[in-house]
Structure formats: structure tokens, C-alpha cells
Ligand binder design. Sequence first.
Ligand code: HEC
Ligand code: HEC
Length: 359
Amino acid sequence: MTQRFGIGLLLGAGLLLGASVAPVQVQAQSGEAFEPLPLWAYAWSTQPEPGDLPVAQPWPSRDLREGDDPEDVAMPRRVEGSDAVYTRIDIRDAHDVIDWFPGDHPPMPDIIRRGPESLLSVRGWGCGSCHLPNGKGRPENAPPGGQPVEYTVRQLQDMATGQRFSADPRKPNSPTMSYLAAAMSEAEMREAAEYFAAMPWTPWIRVIEAELIPEMHLEEGNMYITVGEEPTEALAGRIVETPVDAFQANYLRNPRSSWIAYVPVGSLARGEELVTTGGGKTIECAICHGPDLMGLANMPGIAGRSPSYMMRQLYDMKVGTRNGLGVELMDQVIADLTVEDMTDIVAYLASLTPPPTTP
Ligand code: HEC
Ligand code: HEC
């Protein structure tokens, strides 16, 4: 498979701060246009336009930000079951990752807490800030917890060389991730991969089939936040993933606070058929991803993980922006799948409640 795209190393700080960057051209593997971006998976309300740039990310810092209420961000906060006390300034300091529940995971090495050593002087991002100290991640990033070491190292290499990036050029954290991967040493990649691999994967997403869902506020490029109480909004073929308690999950970054995914009615049965039999359109996933879909050798686990994340991966592979060496094995799997099939598949995968694994 030849490399179709490359952002090369356009991954300097300038890119992160929104400086100009060549627009990424996306085309289907066949050379024909694939379906438009499934907006729900990328958390946008509109399709990307040619020339769109990544949304700039605030550099990790403890400074006040625009719109901050100085008293509010300095207020000591607690979460249930933890002895720790953090302010909002601590919580968003991505260069010194907070840890509500140190007993839930192995001790965080520097790479997880503070980020790559090569970026210490500029206060880089610790991996735990986005992926959480327990490796469960959030819908807008990824769940590296419980994945095989060799798989994770390969992903970091692919992101560092530009063979893996988001099909949505606006996606805020995709260039940050590539920038971090490019700044990591081999030893740091391995150390981070071993840390995440040691984490047992336990379910934390409740999947609900629904026609109507509560009113949602879309934080563009990030996630859906539930604002309504009664189901009034049509799901209309989407999957909508939202924190059960946005204050806990989003504001306090409580890594034990769980998620709901609303999925289309009928998607679980259709997804099960495709995943377990191939349904004449694809290949049974268990052949490579393991009998329980929890991963096998250096193949990633796909059961019980964020459906938005998994949808982005299938779409990114289909249009070729995720194009590392390992992706060749997925080519046949996705060749004939539509966005609707992929939606059914990731709904079903997310609904699988895997047995807890031991580290
Ligand atoms: C600013 C947020 C952010 C930080 C910090 C961050 N990541 Fe990521 N990470 C992401 C995003 C976004 C993705 C890709 C999501 C996508 O493809 O849609 C990702 C994807 C990944 C994946 C792919 C997972 C998989 O299953 O294939 C790995 C592995 C990973 N990150 C490791 C790390 C490591 C190691 C660090 C620390 C050096 C780190 N990340 C720091 C945002 C972040
Ligand atoms: C022939 C082997 C093979 C089969 C069959 C297969 N996969 Fe994969 N899959 C892979 C490999 C290898 C990767 C990792 C690609 C990489 O290294 O980037 C992967 C990655 C993935 C990912 C991304 C995981 C992550 O954490 O980013 C998803 C989602 C996925 N597969 C879904 C499926 C589904 C759904 C099926 C069945 C319909 C399936 N796969 C069947 C080999 C396979």
C-alpha cells in the first residue's frame, strides 16, 4: 500500500497555535469520494471546508484564560471517593496531570504526567491530561488503556511520521497528538505504551437505542453535553455520546464518571450481524481482534470502547488519513462498508460489556 497522504512534519508549535498549514486533501481509497464526514463522530455541526485549519489549542499553562471567573477557577474542588483537592487551574494544567484516584492505576511515569522530556522547557502535555490517568480517554480523543504495547508503539510512530491523522482538518487535538508523538523518544513511546497496556479495560459506556434523545449542546470539535431532561430531539441516524454528569466528567475531569451513547434503533442487531458473521459485506472481526474482541497479540481491542472514536477510525482508514502499516489488514474489512454500516458496527461494539481483564 502506498502512502496516499502525508502531513510530514508540519507539526511544530506554529501549527498548534493556528499558523498557516497546507490544507489536507482527503480522498477515498478507490480514488472516488466517499460519503461526507459523519459529523456526530467528529463533534461538528457542519462539514469541513477546503483550507480549514486545526482549531488552536491553549498551551498547557496555569494562567487565567479569557472568560475565567478568577474566584471560580481558584476554588478548591473535591470528588466523591477521593481525598485529593484540586482547583480548576490544577485540573486543566496539562503539564502536571491531576490524579483523583492514584489507586486505580500504576504510578504515573513522567511521560504520562508531564509529557515528553524534549518539551519540558516549553511545558508540553502529559498524556494523562487527555487520555486520563486510567487510559480510558474521552470521546474526542482515544482510549489507549488496555491496548497491546506493540500496537500502541506503532500508532505513536504513525502519528509522528504523519501516516495517521484526522480526516477532519479542524480537529483540535489531532495535530497536538502528532506533535507530541514526534517529540517522544523510542523509550518514552515504549514506557507510555507499557503504562497503558497494564491498565485493565473495564466498561464505562452505557449504550441505549433511542429514536428521541434529550436536547444536546454541541461543544464544536469536542463533545455533546446533555442540556434537556425529556427526550425531544431526533437522533436521526447518529450516535450521540455524552457524559452522564458533565460537571464531573468535563469540568472536574473525574476519571470514574461514565458515559451514555444513544444509538439508532435496530443498530445493535444489525451491527452484531456484521461483526459476528461479516454479513456478506465484511470479515468477522474476531479473526483478528480476538474471540472476545478485546485484542489479540498486537491487534487492538475494540469491545466496549467509545463509538465516536471507533467511527472516526473506520472513516479515517476508509478515506486514507489513517494509513499506517497495520491498516492494510483493515482494507478488506472496510472496502464495502457504508457510513451507516459503520454506525451499526460501532454501536454494537460499544455495547459489548467485556469481562474485566486483569493487568
Ligand atoms: C491534547 C490531547 C492529547 C494529549 C495530551 C495526548 N493525546 Fe493521544 N490522542 C489524542 C487524540 C485527539 C487522538 C486521536 C483521536 C482520533 O484519531 O480521532 C489520540 C490518539 C492516541 C492514541 C491512539 C489510540 C489507539 O487506540 O489507536 C495513542 C496510543 C495515544 N493517543 C497516546 C498518547 C500518548 C502516549 C500521549 C502522551 C505523550 C498522548 N497520547 C497525549 C489526544 C491527545
Ligand atoms: C485481517 C485482520 C483484521 C480484521 C478481520 C479486522 N481488523 Fe480491525 N484492525 C486490524 C488491525 C491490524 C488494526 C490496527 C491498524 C493499525 O495498526 O493502525 C485494526 C484496527 C481497528 C480499529 C481501530 C482501533 C483503534 O483503537 O484505533 C477498529 C475500530 C477496527 N479495527 C474495527 C474492526 C471491525 C469492526 C472489524 C470487523 C468488521 C475488524 N476491525 C476486522 C485488523 C483486522
